[in-house]
Design a binder for this molecule. Sequence first.
Ligand SMILES: C[S@@+](CC[C@H](N)C(=O)[O-])C[C@H]1O[C@@H](n2cnc3c(N)ncnc32)[C@H](O)[C@@H]1O
Ligand SMILES: [Zn+2]
Length: 275
Amino acid sequence: MGRMAIGAMRCPVCGEAFLRGTRVAERAGALTCENGHSFDRAKQGYVNLLVGRDPGTGDTAEMVARRVAFLGAGHYEPVADLLPAAPGGVIVEVGAGTGYYLARVLDRSPGAEGLALDLSRYAARRAARAHERATAAVADCWGMLPLADGGVDLLLDVFAPRNAAEFRRVLRPGGLLAVVTPLPEHLGEIREPLGMLSIDPSKAERVSSVTDEGFELVGSAELRRTMELDHAAVADLVGMGPSAHHTDAAGVSGLPEPVRVSIAVRCAVYAAPPR
Ligand SMILES: C[S@@+](CC[C@H](N)C(=O)[O-])C[C@H]1O[C@@H](n2cnc3c(N)ncnc32)[C@H](O)[C@@H]1O
Ligand SMILES: [Zn+2]
């Protein structure tokens, strides 16, 4: 596990730092805080830092497997290209899923260390292997993030929950928050035929809550392009997302093949306010 990333992490029980470089800290890769709270590392490499109730909104094993397949085929690579880099910094992705975006950003950020946070242990399991400079932990991003005040240089939030107050607390002043959200046309061609959930029109409003926390918009880009997907890829795309449980898989076979599907997303980059 990266020393810089562990240095930015905090015990979710008491908020103290984790011990580093001692025998107790290194034992089986467990994380132990200064008050002796200890969190084992699963054999798959991630640490479970979830304390209290599991809200149950984490992705299932099936959704994560679909996400691995779809992202691995490179269809969303242009989305990853929108994200800023942070050479030498601590980079945290919240609601990281498989850690795909974190890994792409680490590739462009020499010397940086990454931490993937997700409520789903299936996602954390994958994210732990996403990059040699990445660590993964299970955590509820609606609660207190297991991170120190001001220790993060770049926070990534791609189609994931946004906890603006916590984002502000953990970013250093001037640190960057990159938020990727879908535009109304995103996946427009298949939403109706497959009965997928529509884009929540209040999403834009919820994003603006980061400006309420004092974040300053420093950059914004929109990406619009089409993908040519076969039926297997469409099934992965639907199965990896929030519509997985609402969609009739049989509908996929009624689509043309390949089918043209629009990507339409916005990446907004904000600078964290001074304290
Ligand atoms: C739409 S996926 C996006 C995953 C990843 N950012 C990507 O684009 O590939 C949303 C992710 O948020 C996670 N999630 C849901 N509720 C969460 C919570 N309360 N705290 C942390 N992660 C959560 C899910 O498990 C899922 O991996
Ligand atoms: Zn502790």
